[in-house]
Design a protein around this ligand. Sequence first.
Ligand code: KET
Length: 453
Amino acid sequence: MASSMLSLGSTSLLPREINKDKLKLGPSGWNPFLRTKSLSRVTMSVSVKPSRFEGITMAPPDPILGVSEAFKADTNELKLNLGVGAYRTEELQPYVLNVVKKAENLMLERGDNKEYLPIEGLAAFNKATAELLFGAGHPVIKEQKVATIQGLSGTGSLRLAAALIERYFPGAKVLISAPTWGNHKNIFNDAKVPWSEYRYYDPKTIGLDFEGMIEDIKEAPEGSFILLHGCAHNPTGIDPTPEQWVKIADVIQEKNHIPFFDVAYQGFASGSLDEDAASVRLFAERGMEFFVAQSYSKNLGLYAERIGAINVVCSSADAATRVKSQLKRIARPMYSNPPVHGARIVANVVGDATMFGEWKAEMEMMAGRIKTVRQSLYDSLVSKDKSGKDWSFILKQIGMFSFTGLNKAQSDNMTNKWHVYMTKDGRISLAGLSMAKCEYLADAIIDSYHNVS
Ligand code: KET
C-alpha cells in the first residue's frame, strides 16, 4: 500500500483520486497542480504509515524474568518476589558479595585495561573455571583434554554448545528432564536442535521418578545428548542420590550417549563447591566425553556480569584443541568476544587463597540462609495447616527453589490475592524469602492449596 500512495507530509493521496491527464510531473516529481488546484478535489486522508513490522505479533512475557517485571509494577506493600532465582538478604535486598567488592577494588587499583579479550575469553578465568569444576590437578586438566571457552554466563554457554551440536551432530536429539529450567527448550529451539523429554519428577511421590528416567534414557536413540543438572535441579530441587548417579552414568555409557551438564548452582546446593561437582567428576573419572556449561550468576552473585563457561571434555588433547577452535568459530560472529569484568573477578577470587576462602564462607552463609528459611517455611506450614497434609517434601528439596506442587490456578491465586510473585509451574525461590515473611507465605500457600483447585 505504501508504494501506491503519494505522500504529502502526514497526508496521503490515493491513486484513484488523481486525474492522471492533468498531472504534469516535473523532473523531480513535484507537481504544482496537485498542490494548488487539485487539493480541493482530492480527499485528504490522514493515514498512519503502515509498518514493515505489521506481521510481528506481541511476544508473551518470559515465564521467569517476566515475573520480575510484574512484581515491579505491583504497588502493594506486602508483595514478595519469589520468581527469579536471585539471592536476597534477610532485608530482601540484592546482595553483592564482599569478596566481589574486594576483587573489584583490586582491579581498580591495578588499573586493568579494557582491551578486547581473545575470542575464547580470559585465560586465567578459563583455567580457574575448569579447575573449580574438575578439581585442580585432575587428569582431564593435566592431559589438556578439556576445551574451555568463556561464555555469556550459563545461558550463553549452553547456547554455544547447542550450536556446536547443531553443526557437528546433525539430527542428534537432546533429552531434557521433565520439568526443567524453562529456557532450556528455547535455547535448543533457537539452535534448531531437536529435543524431547525424559521423566524426572513424580508428582505422586513429589520425588524423583528414577525408574522412568532410566527407561527414557535407555530408549533414546544411541548417541543422544542427555542434559543433566549437575546439582540443585531447577525447578524441582530434587537431585539423584550418589548411587543413582552411578546408574545414570552406566546407562548413558551403555547407550553411547553424550552427557551434557548444566551447572548453574555449584556450591549453592550443599554449600560446598567440591560436593556439588561430584556428579560431573564421576563422569570425568570414567573417561567419558561430555559437555559442562557453568554459571557464576548465583554462586558469586554475578548475575548481570554474564560470566560462565562451556567445557567440552574430550578423549584426547588433540580433539579438545579442535573442539575449542570450532567453539571460537561459533562465538566470533555471535558476539565476537566475551566481557572481561566478571571473568577478572572470578579469576582473582579463585586464584587467591585468601579470597577463595572468603568466597566459600560467603557461599556457605548464602546457602545457610536459604536452608534456614526453608526450615522456617516448613515449620509455619506445619503449625498453621490443620489438614494433616505432609509438607516434608519442602525439607527434602535442595538449592534455591522449592517446587510447591501448586498448579497454575493456585499459583495465580498466590500472585493475584497474596501478591506473592512466583513462576506458574509452582516454583518459589527461597532465596527471595526472609524469616519475617515465612508466616505470610505459609498463609498464602495454605489458602491457595485448599481453596483453589
Ligand atoms: N541453568 C539453570 C538450570 C538455571 O536455573 C539458570 C538460571 C541458568 C542456567 C542460566 O543463568 P545465567 O544467568 O545465564 O548464568 N536460572 C534463573 C534465572 C533465569 O531464568 O535466567 C531462574 O531460573 O530463575
